[in-house]
Design a protein around this ligand. Structure first.
Ligand SMILES: [Zn+2]
Length: 201
């Protein structure tokens, strides 16, 4: 395989859910598809970092408008309850919780979970930033909406302990989320109910 091809394959392979086989399929498709798919895709990808960045408050994806600091559409929506904070592992989970359209609070994206097995400790996550935000913005309630996996539960437990000294109600999304379930693939109704039925810890 030519170095150029090998590089393209390796880059596709770094995308979530794309293994060696799929990377091959994508690259072959780009090389053989009619029209301009490869250049169009390349241009669209190239423009992404110029127009989008992680929200400076919550970690959601924010569309950059002008030179103002990046804040997402949720954080800048004044009709939302800024004192109700839902902590999620990933942006895809945030999007899943947004789908039912019933949650009116704001979010904090951890961009990962604690994982002793993979060597991901508290220092690898923006936990200090989360605790600071809870205090400085006088958050009333934190909903721990990490998935019902070993790492998700461990992270929720750790965060609950860290928040014990703070003047804030901490709740955990209700079960009904299957154990080991990936939040982004759970239907909207179940997710809406999980938020509604959250339990104070
Ligand atoms: Zn935001």
């Amino acid at each position: 395989v030519s170095p150029r091809l090998r590089k393209a394959l390796a880059l596709f392979g770094r995308l979530p859910g794309v293994g060696e086989k799929t990377a091959h399929r994508y690259v072959l498709h780009l090389l053989t598809a009619s029209g301009d798919l490869a250049s169009e895709l390349g241009r669209a990808v190239l423009e992404l970092p110029t127009h989008f960045a992680p929200c400076s408050s919550c970690g959601n994806i924010a569309e950059l408008a002008g030179a103002t600091s990046a804040q997402c559409a949720i954080c800048t929506d004044h009709k939302r309850d800024a004192k109700l904070l839902c902590v999620v592992a990933r942006v895809t989970d945030l999007m899943a919780f947004e789908k039912p359209g019933t949650y009116r609070g704001v979010y904090f994206v951890l961009s990962g979970l604690l994982s002793p097995l993979e060597g991901i400790g508290p220092d690898a996550l923006p936990i200090a930033q989360l605790l600071k935000r809870i205090q400085s913005e006088q958050i009333r309630e934190v909903i721990l909406a990490t998935p019902a996996t070993v790492d998700g539960e461990a992270t929720a437990l750790f965060l609950r302990r860290e928040m014990q000294a703070l003047d804030v109600t901490v709740s955990r999304i209700a079960s009904g989320i299957p154990h080991g379930g990936d939040i982004e693939f759970i239907d909207s109704v179940t997710l809406g109910r999980a938020l509604e039925g959250r339990k104070t810890l």
